[in-house]
Write a protein that binds this ligand. Structure first.
Ligand code: SF4
Length: 512
């Protein structure tokens, strides 16, 4: 594999004011485990751009023992691992785990909080990478501290590490089952022990987690795009409530060891993964994201079609145009448009917004607005497409409303006839406690205007605003298993996993 071939355009800063959660990768039985993990993280860069890290397990023949090698740092995968020797000389070993971070618990600027976490304990080396959020972390942390545990980080992930290290159970399986049966919340976790790779997923299956194979090598990843970049085969999902162990015996038998943590009555997948978080080229929760996202767009078109021309029979009047907010609403916009054109010929899909993928730091002059500069450096308008037209903007969600308001203002500079906003999700009215960094309830635009869509429309300065309904959203997603169901808490306040650790102050670190 040639690291230098990577292109910068892969690395996209998030366009939304919601921050996505994290990405995890695990590789077992491959001499290029670190390089594979690096590429795997690269394919999951959209899930976290704040920091990245890799831990490898290297067998030292002369000492007949394992050494864990680690490298992690702030920034994108490309910059954290820009020195090629890190992967080829430092991160040696046949097994590795990696992590892309976007902080949902713990301070984002502390190096200690960057995963994977690595410790040495009585049974050897242990490293862990976690995507999700624990909801009983306060009580677990207090119990551990009362028992004398000293924490190195402010994350909930470290709790899992301590619980494993302190377990009195004699074998790995009993240890892990004991630990995962104590924790609540969302977790897709990769654990590396000396010569064992472990994958565990919470019983609700909130975040996606999949298993793949490349020859005799096993791979775990948050999304299946990792397998594509590695030319590996997607085998199956890590099931909700499943603990999978890959060790040398598994290599001999060819069958992964699978254990049940807990079987819930219903799975509660994060429906927002289909709306926005996951890449459209991934397959999650039993279906391709692209397919589901198009269906979501189509359902929005059925509920809230675009306006017609002023005079539908006038061939000289220009068609209404539908534009996407690149890149997050590209696929849903296609679904919306394709459904609309089944009913009208007075509609055209256009690219009215162009996005730069090379946005770094934003510098401002006194008096300038930093958010405005961020949006201006990221997006520009195609005036010729927009001027004098009725424009329908399709976007996937509105969180605080800051970005979409700035985009609307930008589009107005092209002097369109009208602007109509169509959102492929319901109004966001409540924070996420399962691994997504939404702002506090008060900062959400839907709550600022008391969930009054007309008031939000006026605040955004558009001619019409329509959201997808919760029912239509639930009709758009697949139910591939009798237990399949979805978390919709950020739209409905109906939290499926008990919350013990809500701390609104944790939510104030949001930066649009
Ligand atoms: S609250 Fe929203 S973002 Fe969080 S898991 Fe539920 S659906 Fe996903």
């Amino acid at each position: 594999m040639e690291i230098k071939e990577l292109k910068q355009e892969y690395f996209q800063a998030p366009t939304k004011s919601s921050r996505s959660n994290c990405g995890v990768v695990g590789v077992y039985n491959n001499p290029e485990a670190a390089i594979m993990t690096y590429y795997g993280l690269h394919a999951l860069q959209h899930r976290g751009q704040e920091a990245a890290g890799i831990v490898t397990s290297e067998y030292l023949k002369e000492k007949d023992k394992y050494r864990f090698n680690i490298h992690k740092g702030h920034g994108l995968v490309l910059s954290v691992f820009q020195n090629e020797k890190l992967l080829t000389e430092h991160l040696k070993g046949n097994a590795a785990i990696g992590h892309n971070r976007y902080s949902t618990t713990g301070s984002s600027d502390k190096r200690n909080n960057i995963q994977p976490f690595k410790v040495t304990y009585k049974d050897g080396n242990l490293a862990l990478a976690h995507n999700g959020n624990l909801t009983n972390s306060n009580s677990l942390r207090k119990k551990l501290q009362d028992d004398g545990t000293i924490f190195q980080t402010s994350t909930d992930t470290e709790i899992i590490l301590h619980l494993i290290a302190r377990s009195k159970q004699q074998n790995i399986v009993d240890k892990l089952l004991e630990v995962f049966r104590q924790i609540r919340g969302s977790y897709s976790v990769c654990i590396l022990m000396d010569d064992v790779l472990i994958a565990a997923r919470d019983p609700w299956g909130v975040r996606p987690f999949a298993m793949g194979k490349l020859g005799d090598s096993y791979i775990f990843a948050s999304e299946t795009t990792t397998f594509d970049i590695l030319n590996a085969d997607y085998v199956r999902d890590v099931q909700p409530g499943e603990l999978i162990i890959i060790d040398k015996e598994v290599l001999r038998t060819g069958k992964e060891k699978s254990y049940l943590i807990h079987e819930p009555d219903k799975y509660k997948h994060c429906i927002f993964e289909y709306i926005y978080f996951s890449r459209p080229d991934s397959q999650i929760f039993g279906e391709k994201v692209d397919k589901v996202r198009r269906k979501i767009g189509a359902h929005l078109a059925l509920e809230h079609p675009p306006p017609d021309k002023d005079n539908p029979d006038d061939d000289d009047e220009k068609k209404v145009i539908v534009i996407n907010v690149p890149d997050s609403s590209n696929t849903a916009t296609l679904g919306y448009f394709n459904e609309c054109v089944k009913r009208t010929k007075n509609l055209k899909h256009e690219y009215g917004l162009i996005r730069s993928h090379y946005v770094g730091r934003t510098f401002i002059q006194p008096g300038q607005d930093i958010r405005q500069m961020k949006v201006k450096t990221k997006f520009n308008i195609v005036k010729g497409v927009l001027t004098g037209r009725k424009v329908v903007i399709v976007d996937d969600s509105i969180v605080r409303g800051t970005t979409i308001k700035l985009l609307v203002d930008l589009i107005k500079k092209a002097l369109p006839k009208e602007i109509h906003l169509r959102i492929t999700s319901p109004p966001i009215i409540s924070p996420c406690y399962y691994g997504m960094d939404f702002p506090s309830k008060e900062e959400l635009i839907a709550n600022q205007y008391h969930q009054n869509v007309e008031e939000i429309r006026k605040a955004l300065g558009v001619d019409s605003l329509e959201y997808l309904s919760v029912d239509a959203l639930l009709d758009s997603v697949p139910y591939s298993n009798p237990k399949t169901d979805y978390c919709t808490a950020c739209f409905t306040c109906d939290y499926p996993i008990p919350l013990e650790t809500i701390d609104e102050s944790d939510k104030s670190k949001f930066d649009d």
